[in-house]
Design a protein around this ligand. Structure first.
Ligand SMILES: O=C(O)CCC(=O)C(=O)O
Ligand SMILES: [Fe+2]
Length: 275
């Protein structure tokens, strides 16, 4: 790499009497290739792993190394950028100094060709444009830039995102429909699914999709927008709370499956046999 872009970041997290009500640094992944961090041995850094936040116990005099978004792109997803956040405590302030190493601002980063077997999910983009796109989304950043929706377990159905004829890329979608309920005078929307492709996350598309549904509801006089999120998905929960939503405590979700569902098959058969 002939040139690069380095960012020097000094972070001070004062102690807080009610740490559970405060957040030192919201969940995010770093832009660049690698970020090197030294810190004063006061914990607080947490890394997201399999939907859980893992506390980082840094060794004394060690450097912490974070993988960034552009390493993920360059390695064609082999090295994922890690999502991390910093929580505060009520006894000691944390100080950290980070140096983020990225490519030159003008560099167009794309997956290294030897690592691309067939298709890739990563669209080449100028490093500068990528950073600008993230900054466009200030309100979301303050609540958590990483927006992880419940997403299909495989990318298979989305493989062919590029249409060579007109250069259309599908970055994500939201599937919603009107629903009617006896309790409300007016109907609302139910969001069945919202998904943003991994390489387009942290760019504000999730916020854009969600806002489109909410403003359409408003426009046509609907009184609510409902959806479900799995309980462990803290990022999604933070995101939705940040969008002004609240969690409904009095709703119970029911499911009929396994033997309960099979019982109906039997009933049907019995009924059929009898006549
Ligand atoms: O304070 C830390 O350890 C993390 C800092 C950080 O994530 C950042 O500056 O991007
Ligand atoms: Fe960071």
């Amino acid at each position: 790499m002939k040139s690069g872009f380095q960012l020097f970041i000094a972070n001070y997290y004062p102690c807080c009497p009610q740490p559970e009500l405060a957040l030192g640094m919201p969940p995010h992944s770093d832009h660049g290739l690698l970020t090197l961090i030294i810190q004063n041995q006061v914990g607080g850094l947490q890394v997201q792993h399999q939907g859980k936040w893992i506390h980082v116990n840094a060794l004394p005099n060690s450097l912490l190394v974070n993988t960034g978004d552009h390493l993920e792109i360059f390695s064609n997803g082999k090295y994922k950028s890690n999502v991390h956040k910093v929580v505060v405590n009520n006894t000691s302030p944390r100080i950290s100094v980070a140096v983020a190493h990225g490519p030159s601002l003008e560099a167009i980063v794309s997956p290294a060709s030897p690592l691309v077997q067939s298709e890739t999910n990563y669209i080449p983009m100028k490093y500068k444009d990528y950073m600008e796109m993230q900054q466009m989304d200030k309100p979301l950043s303050s609540e958590g830039r990483e927006v992880a929706y419940d997403r299909p377990s495989t990318q298979e159905p989305f493989k062919s995102t590029s249409n060579e004829d007109n250069n259309v890329y599908i970055a994500g979608y939201v599937l919603f429909y009107p629903c009617y309920s006896g309790y409300f005078e007016k109907p609302g929307f139910f969001i069945e699914n919202m998904f943003v492709r991994e390489c387009y996350r942290k760019c504000g598309f999730g916020k854009m999709l969600f806002s489109a549904v909410a403003s359409q509801a408003n426009k046509i006089g609907f009184t609510k927008v409902d959806w479900l999120t799995v309980g462990w998905n803290e990022n999604a929960i933070d995101f939705y709370l940040g969008m002004g939503a609240y969690i409904m405590q009095d709703v119970k979700r029911f499911r009929l499956s396994g033997e309960g569902l099979d019982a109906f098959a039997k009933n049907d058969q019995d009924g059929g046999d009898k006549g």
